[in-house]
Design a protein around this ligand. Structure first.
Ligand SMILES: C[S@@+](CC[C@H](N)C(=O)[O-])C[C@H]1O[C@@H](n2cnc3c(N)ncnc32)[C@H](O)[C@@H]1O
Length: 253
């Protein structure tokens, strides 16, 4: 008998159903950073791993932009298209369902703003992400990167449970900035998650999984979703909350 394998994008779709943005930052902090972008009319923007499109839609509500969102999840892209049609129906926003690195490899530069929030693995880590985003924007253009960093040295058991090595994330906020600046980016602003931002990001996943299980008792993936979320919750409560944080950075190339 072949073992049933859950669609991982379905898992993220279910567990992020109640998130406005799929990262551990409050929308107020996000809005403050987007306001600082001060984009001119007609600015070209790309958001790699755009998730449900909230950031591009917020940018289109604030500025007259031509935006492209790229995400590998068909669920996320469908949500992003629905969000665009509901909130900014006339805006020049399109969403592409593709691996971010493949999309970026077919040069679409230059952009005025390139973003990658909470998905630095798309380009193989923080430094290559900064390099690739910097290549996508014109000289003087803007780059926004969101990425975790360690608050303190992570214990081996935590790393093992997460399938990480310590080098996967920078050892401090300052080290994250230094990594990005080494790629030719000048720091303009940083929005840093607070514990309650993380708690909301994690807690909404527990909530969504339980709500899904109640609403869809016959979903064959239901037990697996609950199992995975329970494990992630245990890791977060035992280690993640005290060892890891997240920040969104605004840079100029
Ligand atoms: C933590 S979420 C962040 C979403 C969005 N940037 C936000 O902040 O709301 C990570 C996103 O990366 C997408 N993703 C994962 N691997 C990807 C890849 N190789 N190429 C493009 N998107 C990817 C997932 O589908 C998910 O939407």
């Amino acid at each position: 008998m072949t073992e049933r394998k859950m669609d991982i994008w379905k898992y993220f779709d279910v567990t992020h159903r109640h998130h406005v943005v799929c990262n551990p930052l409050s929308v107020d902090k996000l809005d403050a950073l987007l306001a600082l972008c001060a984009l001119p009319a007609g600015a070209r923007v790309v958001d790699i791993a755009c998730g449900k499109g909230e950031v591009l839609v917020r940018l289109a509500e604030r500025y007259e932009i031509a935006g492209t969102g790229v995400d590998i999840s068909p669920y996320a892209v469908a949500d992003a298209e629905r969000l665009r049609d509901a909130r900014v129906p006339g805006a020049d926003l399109r969403f592409v369902c593709q691996a971010g690195a493949d999309w970026a490899a077919a040069s679409h530069a230059p952009f005025d703003l390139a973003l990658c929030m909470g998905a630095e693995w798309v380009f193989g880590g923080l430094a290559p992400t900064c390099r690739r985003l910097a290549e996508l924007v014109r000289p003087g253009g803007l780059v926004v990167v969101g990425t975790p960093y360690w608050l303190r040295t992570p214990p081996e058991a935590y790393l093992e449970a997460e399938g990480l090595v310590a080098e996967d994330f920078a050892p401090s906020l300052r080290a994250s900035v230094a990594t990005c600046e080494a790629e030719g980016l000048q720091l303009l602003y940083a929005a840093v998650s607070a514990p309650d931002d993380w708690d909301r990001y994690e807690g909404l996943q527990w909530y969504a999984a339980e709500a899904h299980a109640r609403a869809h008792p016959d979903d064959p993936d239901g037990p697996e979703i609950l199992r995975r979320v329970a494990r992630a919750r245990e890791i977060y409560l035992r280690w993640g909350r005290d060892h890891c944080n997240w920040a969104l950075y605004l840079f100029r190339r």
